[in-house]
Design a protein around this ligand. Structure first.
Ligand SMILES: Nc1ncnc2c1ncn2[C@@H]1O[C@H](COP(=O)(O)OP(=O)(O)OP(=O)(O)O)[C@@H](O)[C@H]1O
Ligand SMILES: [Mg+2]
Length: 405
């Protein structure tokens, strides 16, 4: 039987559906893909069901056509400012003097028994470390002798209604979400090297509507956050600042935009299309940079605050990886290095095999990562660098998805 996997990234700018197959060697390789523009979301949240359903249908149909595979269930990415990440910890007495899998369940239950409001649903429970008696930093405590077991975990929760709308859109488009995955977690699977997660790294996904942050240290997720800002805000700033229509502002931004005026030559000029039949104007490119720079600085300053909250800001030995379409903005890396004083690299979906060149871009890391994430949770494929065998505790998410109907 073929081991087929499908992932769906419903972004603020586009919907991307990917189909892959896990081979006998454990390698997950792409079979086909479909991309459709989407304007049914604002800041990562579905605001227009019809438009979102149409975009999902179009992307899924194209992915089915190009792969020759019929898509039934998918792993869907979730983002949006309604997502919250928090750290928690729990302690239990070990039964019988040796830690067993049941003790792990109990200690995780104790750790997740923090106050989670009724309207929020747990998306992920991500263990950070266990401790047995005074022995800290244990990844797999099963079989260890001791009387006290402690767990530190990171919990990602989502507002129920937003998740429900996303599920509804998928169902209306004729597909069933089998898992919902916090988007930067998927992006990390696609773009990071295992040693980066060990040494400490922050991945920042600057998309159209949101900027998602995830911080790893010693193989574990230490912090997650979503900022309600992205490339669309930059486009709006350019449209207002240049008094030009949004579509022209988007083009201007992509063709000539820069994140910091430092990288602009003094004699660089750009042509700005006029509004309402007015003549185009020629202006110094530096002015465009001066419109974009404060917004990028705002995004990075808010991200910096999140890194400080993570408690490992000083231990990010591998620095930072930038993904998402807006990371393509010229000068973004330079600005990030200046603000974070970390080594910064651009991330690409390198861990998924068979990606055509047109998908080897920072905006497709989430979609590619969804397949790798799904493979891991089904026990196929070999995504390197995960946190031991307890790294992917199954939440009762499938039940959550089912509860909607
Ligand atoms: N070359 C480029 N230079 C600057 N910005 C770009 C470039 N290419 C794409 N973008 C911007 O990237 C954004 C889209 O990125 P991406 O596809 O990662 O977002 P998304 O996943 O649809 O949205 P989100 O994750 O926020 O829901 C848009 O704002 C677009 O203007
Ligand atoms: Mg995205």
């Amino acid at each position: 039987m073929r081991n087929l996997l499908a992932g769906l990234d419903v972004g603020t700018s586009k919907v991307c559906a990917l189909v892959a197959e896990a081979g006998a060697d454990g390698e997950i390789a792409l079979l086909g893909f479909g991309i459709a523009p989407c304007n049914g979301l604002r800041k990562g949240i579905v605001v227009n069901i019809e438009a979102t359903v149409d975009a999902i249908k179009a992307a899924v149909q194209e992915a089915e056509r190009s792969s020759g595979v019929r898509i039934g269930t998918v792993a869907v990415g979730v983002a949006g400012a309604h997502i919250r990440g928090l750290n928690s910890h729990g302690i239990v007495a070990v039964r019988g003097g040796e830690v067993g899998p049941r003790d792990i369940d109990r200690v995780i239950d104790a750790a997740r028994a923090v106050a989670i409001p009724l309207d929020r649903q747990v998306l992920h429970i991500l263990p950070q470390q266990f401790a047995v008696d005074d022995q800290e930093g244990v990844r797999d405590p099963v079989g260890m002798a001791g009387v006290r077991l402690e767990a530190r975990i990171h919990i990602v929760t989502a507002a129920q209604s937003y998740g429900q709308n996303l599920v509804k859109c998928c169902e209306r488009a004729g597909i069933t979400p089998s898992e919902m995955v916090f988007e930067p977690l998927a992006s990390a699977d696609a773009a990071l090297f295992p040693e980066e997660r060990e040494l400490g790294i922050a991945l920042i996904d600057i998309g159209g509507g949101t900027t998602d942050i995830i911080v790893f240290h010693q193989g574990a997720v230490m912090h997650t956050a979503v900022l309600p800002l992205g490339g669309n805000h930059i486009t709006n700033d350019v449209a207002a600042g240049m008094r030009t229509p949004a579509a022209d502002a988007e083009r201007l931004k992509i063709d000539y935009g820069v994140a910091t005026s430092v990288v602009v030559r003094r004699d660089d000029n750009v042509q700005v299309p006029g509004v309402g039949g007015r003549e185009p104007r020629v202006i110094p490119r530096r002015i465009l940079a001066e419109i974009i720079e404060p917004r990028m600085e705002e995004i990075f300053s808010l991200a910096q605050r999140e890194l400080l909250r993570s408690g490992v800001a000083d231990n990010l030995a591998s620095g930072m990886v930038l993904v998402g379409g807006s990371s393509l903005l010229e000068g973004t890396q330079e600005l990030a290095e200046r603000i974070f004083t970390l080594p910064v690299r651009r991330g690409l979906p390198i861990n998924l095999k068979g990606m055509p060149e047109e998908l080897m871009k920072p905006m497709y890391t989430t979609a590619a990562g969804l397949l790798l994430y799904l493979g891991q949770s089904r026990g196929v494929g070999n995504v390197p660098g995960r946190f031991g065998r307890w790294g992917r505790l199954r939440t009762r998410l499938t039940d959550w998805v089912r509860d909607f109907f």
